[in-house]
Ligand binder design. Structure first.
Ligand code: AHG
Ligand code: MN
Ligand code: MN
Length: 412
């Protein structure tokens, strides 16, 4: 059995090549040259343009998405789209101030995602299931995987030297990295495992992250670097551990999705510039709580369940119980996710800084919206690290609709 992923990829017919050039030829007369912005592999068996010579160098040729920065900088697989790392490096020139630090932070998170994904896939075989017996600052039971993933991300991000402070769902206070990171430009917040109750039943879970630029001038970071409104985020994203593992992120220039090839251990871009579909009549909420909700939310959910083909009612309900998975479905298929407040907890359950804000950034970048019922999530000035907020996120039309219920206007 071939265990080395590289050898396995080659055995499976994948070809490796060094990206050597952008081709300037407009006519495919010479082997290795083709149309606009093409790239070819000098080591591929037949380094010719796939677009003009079907079935050879595959995805590489003629595709303007091949990152210029990747040229001569490493090997990529013929037939596979760019990796997350190549994709980010290619966009680094959009952020001249970043000088590679941003890539290092993203790489650390992506590596964490791959390791968490592997752990989950082995689940009970490696003791990834079950609980530690401890409760966290939220008063919730800590799953083994929560703790393991938290420690992993703290270590990986701390080692980059680019992160001056971290905030995690699992840790009460700001997490200070080693002294060597004292000049790190970024503050990172994360929910290491979102949807923990799904771990033991092999259902989808996720990781959520938010990257802020530090506001303190130097030295190790502080709480104030973490307590920033979502609109300040440099980047945000999530990793979905579902039937495939996906990495989705934004830096404020569209939302991009990557799929993990577990045999090679690489995320490859699968969709650029994701956008919510125009219309959808799906709602995602824990309606079992409706008896404790406030009046506008009760009215909303009753309205969407009434039958009226003219307004696509009744809606369909979908609820996985992990924000990452529920949101990912809404992002791809449209609709709304809601976690309202209730009489006992007016701010609901979800946490502003490492659950709602990053998702809200992604939603807006994908043409959607996110509010607490009355206010844009990205405008909320946080006061506490683990602060909660009612949360409505999804297609703009659906988020506006629930806003009308909260404004006492009804469906309009
Ligand atoms: P976490 O596992 O990080 O504590 O988050 C769980 C959250 C979120 O993922 C999900 O949307 C919500 O809790 C589900 O809550 P209910 O079980 O109350 O529906
Ligand atoms: Mn969560
Ligand atoms: Mn969590």
């Amino acid at each position: 059995m071939i265990v080395d992923p590289l050898a396995r990829g080659l055995a499976a017919g994948l070809r490796l090549g060094r990206i050597v050039d952008h081709c300037n030829e407009t006519t495919p007369t010479v082997a290795g040259k083709c149309g606009r912005n093409a790239v070819f592999c000098c080591m591929a068996p037949n380094p010719v343009c796939n677009r003009h010579d079907q079935g050879r160098a595959g995805w590489l040729c003629g595709n303007p998405r091949i990152p210029k920065a990747a040229i001569g900088e490493g090997y990529i697989m013929a037939g596979m789209p760019p990796t997350l790392n190549q994709f980010i490096r290619a966009r680094q020139e959009d952020y001249p101030e970043a000088i590679g630090e941003f890539s290092q932070v993203m790489n650390a998170i992506a590596l964490g995602g791959k390791l968490i994904s592997r752990e989950i896939n082995l689940a009970g075989l490696v003791d990834a299931t079950g609980y530690t017996g401890r409760t966290n600052v939220q008063g919730e039971e800590v799953a083994r995987l929560d703790e393991w993933s938290n420690d992993l991300l703290v270590d990986l991000l701390g080692e980059t030297g680019c992160v001056c402070v971290m905030g995690s769902e699992e840790v009460e206070k700001p997490i200070v990295p080693p002294e060597s990171a004292s000049d790190g430009r970024y503050a990172v917040l994360f929910d290491p495992v979102d949807g923990s109750s799904n771990i033991d039943i092999a259902a989808p879970i996720g990781t959520i992250f938010s990257i802020q630029r530090r506001v303190t001038k130097s030295g190790l970071g502080h709480l104030e670097d973490l307590l920033q409104p979502g609109k300040n985020q440099a980047a945000a994203g999530y990793i979905l551990y579902g039937s495939s593992t996906m990495f989705v992120y934004t830096t404020g220039r569209g939302v991009h999705a990557f799929t993990l090839d577990p045999t090679m251990g690489e995320f490859h871009v699968t969709t650029e510039n994701l956008e919510f579909p125009e219309k959808s009549n799906v709602y995602s909420t824990n309606e079992g709580n409706a008896g404790t909700w406030l009046e506008p939310d009760v009215q909303w959910v009753e309205w969407i369940k009434q039958s009226d083909p003219g307004t696509d009612r009744p809606y369909s309900a979908r609820y996985i119980g992990a924000l990452v998975a529920d949101f990912h479905r809404i992002l791809l298929k449209g609709g709304i996710f809601a976690y309202p407040g209730n009489i006992a907890s007016p701010n609901g359950k979800l946490r502003l800084l490492y659950e709602c804000s990053p998702m809200a950034f992604i939603a807006e970048q994908a043409g959607g919206a996110a509010t607490n019922g009355t206010k844009r999530i990205l405008d909320i000035e946080p006061l506490e690290l683990h602060e909660r907020t009612p949360f409505y996120i999804g297609s703009s039309h659906e988020v506006e609709l629930i806003g009308r219920f909260h404004a006492g206007e009804g469906p309009g």
